[in-house]
Design a protein around this ligand. Structure first.
Ligand SMILES: Nc1nc2c(ncn2[C@@H]2O[C@H](COP(=O)(O)OP(=O)(O)OP(=O)(O)O)[C@@H](O)[C@H]2O)c(=O)[nH]1
Ligand SMILES: [Mg+2]
Length: 369
């Protein structure tokens, strides 16, 4: 057995022609961390265990903490808040980057290329995915894992793929809280992927410092398919897949976007959003992309826009937590839960107006308890 085979081997049950995604990796324990396997074996980790685990960059503990934070149960909620309160002082020291674009534009591939490039430069990279991509493309969980295969094997990378649809019970991933955990664990570049449809890119924009839109060159009608609003949220427009036969078309698309950008409002005060080409597969343009991001960070930190945006985001986070919490409590209320099916059927039968139904359900929730 060669050294490589010893490290990665395939389990007995792997299908014929299975690729590397079936490889199992044996990882040596990290002796520099405080992690003691016996301690966590039989009992659920305590707040202390999780906080210590995250701060010592123990990835199992980082993953467990995120799972706890994403849980909808009341019991986990208390514990999650205690942990977050302890971690928040250790967070903030990172560059948060949002990546959006139509399905198949190459977001995951680009994240892998950029992530590997950054790790090479000594960074620690966390990758998060925000739904709704899994509900639309169904099964992007496996997709993300296999697409970021090289990155997922890196010790200095942490990848949290999109939750499978339904696991969060209709509540979107707690991305801001997850960012806090990753930063406290020492990840200094946070990459957040979201599919460019619907509302999710607005949400992601409100959590990141730098936001970019990934496009691909089409048959000259790129601009029609992309909402102007999304471009106006972006600090860079990347035309990906600028390789092979596609390179010329990508350059034409870049010129079209550059033209269009003159007429749009920039997303960040003092920063001119520009279009760039790159190839996530060949790696061409990744270096330049990082230069753009670094320049952005330097400029916005100097002119105060970086800090100002982060402050605004803290306020937004606060109120979005209040909204989420109210919503969660409402739908978690047993009486409300019991009545919802009946209300729904009465509305559909035409016996109850939606306005009346909403009023009654809220009244039920705010009853004397
Ligand atoms: N030629 C070429 N193909 C690419 C490039 N980047 C990505 N692809 C291919 O495009 C396909 C989609 O790539 P993904 O990275 O999964 O795209 P995505 O935007 O993350 O897709 P969703 O997560 O489903 O929205 C894959 O088959 C990639 O191999 C590139 O730079 N050049
Ligand atoms: Mg993807």
């Amino acid at each position: 057995m060669s050294d490589k085979e010893k490290k990665y081997y395939k389990p007995d049950w792997h299908p014929e022609n299975a690729g590397d995604e079936y490889a199992v990796r044996v990882v040596k324990a990290n002796s520099s961390s405080n992690y003691e396997p016996q301690k966590y074996k039989s009992k659920e980790p305590t707040v202390e265990d999780l906080v210590e685990g995250v701060l010592s960059n123990n990835r199992t503990m980082v993953a467990k903490t995120i799972t706890l934070i994403e849980s909808n149960s009341e019991k986990h909620h208390q514990k999650a808040n205690e942990i977050l309160a302890r971690l928040i002082d250790h967070s903030g020291n990172s560059i948060r980057i949002g990546i959006t674009g139509v399905p198949g534009a190459g977001k995951s591939t680009l994240i892998e290329a950029l992530g590997l490039y950054l790790i090479e430069k000594g960074h620690k990279v966390a990758v998060l995915a925000v739904d709704p991509s899994s509900t639309i493309t169904k099964g992007s969980i496996l997709g993300d894992k296999t697409r970021m295969e090289k990155l997922s094997k890196e010790e200095n990378a942490f990848i949290r793929p999109s939750p499978s649809s339904g696991t969060l019970g209709g509540v979107t991933r707690k991305t801001r809280e997850t960012i806090t955990v990753c930063e406290a664990a020492g990840f200094d570049v946070i990459l957040i992927e979201t599919v460019g449809v619907g509302q999710s890119e607005v949400t992601v924009r409100s959590m990141v410092d730098f936001f970019m839109l990934i496009n691909i060159a089409g048959a000259g009608d790129e601009l029609q398919g992309i909402k102007k609003g999304v471009i106006e949220l972006s600090d860079a427009l990347i035309i990906n897949k600028a390789d092979g036969d596609n390179e010329t078309r990508a350059n034409i698309a870049k010129a079209d976007f550059t033209n269009a950008l003159h007429y749009l409002k920039p997303a960040t005060k003092g920063w001119q959003t520009k279009a760039f080409t790159c190839s996530a597969i060949s790696g061409k343009g990744i270096n330049e992309l990082w230069k753009v991001i670094s320049k952005f960070v330097q400029l916005t930190k100097t002119n105060g826009v970086f800090e100002e945006r982060r402050k605004d985001q803290l306020i937004e986070w606060t109120f979005s937590m209040i909204e989420n919490e109210l919503k969660r409590k409402f739908y978690d209320d047993n009486e409300v839960k019991n009545m919802i099916p009946e209300f729904k059927s009465e509305i559909l039968k035409g016996n109850l107006l939606p306005t009346k139904a909403a009023e009654e359900l809220l009244k039920l929730y705010f009853r004397e308890k």
